[in-house]
Design a binder for this molecule. Structure first.
Ligand code: HEC
Length: 202
């Protein structure tokens, strides 16, 4: 073997040996990192924790908020004359598959008057109109593309009662998506008033 090719072979061997030993077996060892601050957060991040947190118990960064500190409106509020809100409206625990219970037991706690209806209209325009249309005829711009949006005033829909509508807004139904996480219960009930107006054919 010539000296030159021996030199080439030993160089190739050296590359293989370095490659084989440069990865470590320890899965917790990231090996050599270039600029680790780029991908290991310096600030505390609840969902991504590299080291034990020195301040919090058990070294965890993510903690539950102190009881009573998450803002939550008191839904035992009075809506004025004709008020039926004797229970906390924030608690709605009729399960999604039990719409018939909602139909039977729910009553709109928000009194129907010009103010609540006007607020319901604004909320309807914000959350529903793009599908259901300004008059509830199912002819909103998004509805035209989404398809299958019913007319509230048609025979099959004009008699849906308040509990049914509240439940549908909360959990959705078939092709209609749930809105419970975006619209709070008081707002849902105001929308119900407005939908019931549209059912009569506005
Ligand atoms: C993305 C479009 C879309 C939006 C937004 C939307 N809906 Fe619907 N909605 C539908 C469709 C589609 C149906 C028909 C559901 C089915 O039977 O498949 C429907 C059905 C309904 C029904 C009849 C449910 C039943 O029992 O058959 C009610 C009531 C209703 N929507 C109210 C609302 C209200 C109130 C809002 C606003 C908070 C809203 N929808 C927002 C698409 C939408």
């Amino acid at each position: 073997m010539k000296l030159k090719s021996l030199y080439r072979y030993s160089l190739a061997l050296a590359v293989i040996v370095i490659a084989a030993f440069s990865c470590t077996r320890d899965p917790n060892n990231p090996g050599k990192q270039f600029a680790p601050n780029m991908y290991l957060p310096v600030g505390y991040e609840p969902y991504r924790q590299e080291k034990a947190n020195p301040i919090n118990p058990m070294g965890l960064t993510m903690r539950l908020p102190v009881e009573g500190t998450v803002a939550r409106r008191n839904y035992n509020t009075s809506f004025g004359n004709g008020d039926s809100a004797k229970v906390d409206l924030m608690v709605y625990n009729i399960p999604a598959d039990s719409i018939s219970i909602a139909e039977r037991v729910l009553k709109n706690p928000v009194p129907l008057n010009e103010k609540s209806l006007a607020e319901g209209k604004v909320l309807f325009e914000r959350y529903c109109q793009h599908c259901h249309g300004a008059t509830g005829a199912g002819d909103g711009k998004v509805g035209a593309v989404y398809k299958g949006v019913p007319n509230y005033a048609s025979d099959a829909y004009k008699n849906l009662n308040e509990g049914h509508i509240f439940h549908v807004i909360t959990y959705g139904k078939a092709r209609m998506w749930p809105h419970g996480s975006q619209i709070n219960p008081e707002e849902r009930w105001k929308i119900v008033h407005y939908v019931q107006k549209l059912q009569k054919g506005a």
